[in-house]
Design a binder for this molecule. Structure first.
Ligand code: BG6
Ligand code: MG
Length: 217
């Protein structure tokens, strides 16, 4: 028996932050609200609803409930034009190789993403077959840092939370993993993700030996 590995999608497997940025910026600017890269950073791992709430707050703008839903839909349609142009070349370095290594060693793999577009993206980049279970924004009600998305993943895999290792690029995601009593691995800057058990800039910095050791119960 080995531990199970749970991967976040956006920022860990693919760099979709650049597409979210384009789509949110267009929407915000259309409402007369400025939107820069620093603000985009603060939306990493944040659900679609909460992202729009933050943008409206930053712009001191309020809209009706109906308009709020229309705006979320508009942003998503725009975002999906980028998603639908994605292919395997968007997979971040060494991600596919590491997934293959885990498969070869019979280590269970799940996806734990806040995105409602997660399945569509995995299909576009041809990684769906690597995942034993997929938990995404359509399966959970509580956003990260709530541990729900990862706990559901563990349950679906039939593995105890403490026997799960989570890969995350966002602060909220690392907190969600820690809240679930899982081993958190940060993908990004150590000073940002200091709550993670270990941090790496990307998967090229993670050795096969380290991953296999991590999987040992
Ligand atoms: C997270 C992203 O994975 O998913 C966020 O980091 C995004 O930027 C969130 O807002 C929700 O995604 P979607 O695709 O359902 O709008
Ligand atoms: Mg992420």
């Amino acid at each position: 028996k080995t531990k199970a590995f749970i991967f976040d999608l956006d920022g860990v497997i693919v760099d979709t932050a650049k597409f979210h940025f384009q789509a949110w910026k267009r929407l915000a600017n259309g409402l007369g609200i400025d939107f820069d890269h620093e603000q985009n950073e603060q939306l990493k791992g944040v659900s679609r609803v909460n992202s729009l709430k933050k943008i409206l707050e930053w712009g001191n703008t309020s809209v009706s409930e109906e308009e709020f839903i229309q705006l979320m839909d508009k942003k998503n349609q725009d975002y999906l034009t980028y998603v639908d142009a994605m292919d395997e070349s968007e997979i971040l370095p060494q991600v596919k190789e590491k997934l293959q290594l885990l498969k070869d060693n019979n280590i269970p793999i799940a996806l734990g993403s806040a995105s409602k577009n997660a399945r569509r993206i995995l299909d576009k980049i041809n990684l769906t077959p690597f995942f034993d279970e997929i938990v995404d924004g359509t399966n959970v009600t509580k956003a990260k840092p709530d541990p729900e998305v990862f706990l559901v993943g563990a349950e679906k895999l039939g593995v105890k939370p403490k026997d799960c290792v989570v890969f995350e690029d966002s602060i909220a995601g690392i907190q969600a993993a820690n809240n679930a009593q899982m081993t958190s691995i940060g993908i990004g800057e150590q000073n940002v993700l200091h709550e993670a058990k270990h941090t790496f800039h990307d998967f090229t910095e993670i050795s096969d030996e380290f991953l296999i050791k991590l999987a040992r119960i």
